[in-house]
Design a protein around this ligand. Structure first.
Ligand SMILES: [Cu+2]
Length: 68
């Protein structure tokens, strides 16, 4: 499980967009978005950097959240 802080998510549409972005790289990825804490948890085999890049390409601002 990898945890990211993602800025720019405001509604369910954003949740869907982030989820689809990650799953475009790994269709079996489990993506758990918490809008209130701006946190995205990803359970997949993807490298951390790939996840950050694809979320940013979708129009958000992702960074690692170490220790969470
Ligand atoms: Cu939205």
């Amino acid at each position: 499980m990898q945890t990211f802080k993602v800025d720019g998510m405001t509604c369910g549409g954003c949740v869907g967009a982030v989820t689809r972005a990650v799953q475009s790289l790994d269709k079996d990825a489990k993506v758990d978005v918490n809008l209130a804490s701006h946190t995205v948890k990803v359970d997949s085999h993807l490298p951390e950097l790939d996840i950050i890049n694809v979320i940013n390409l979708a129009g958000f601002k992702a960074r690692t959240a170490p220790g969470e």
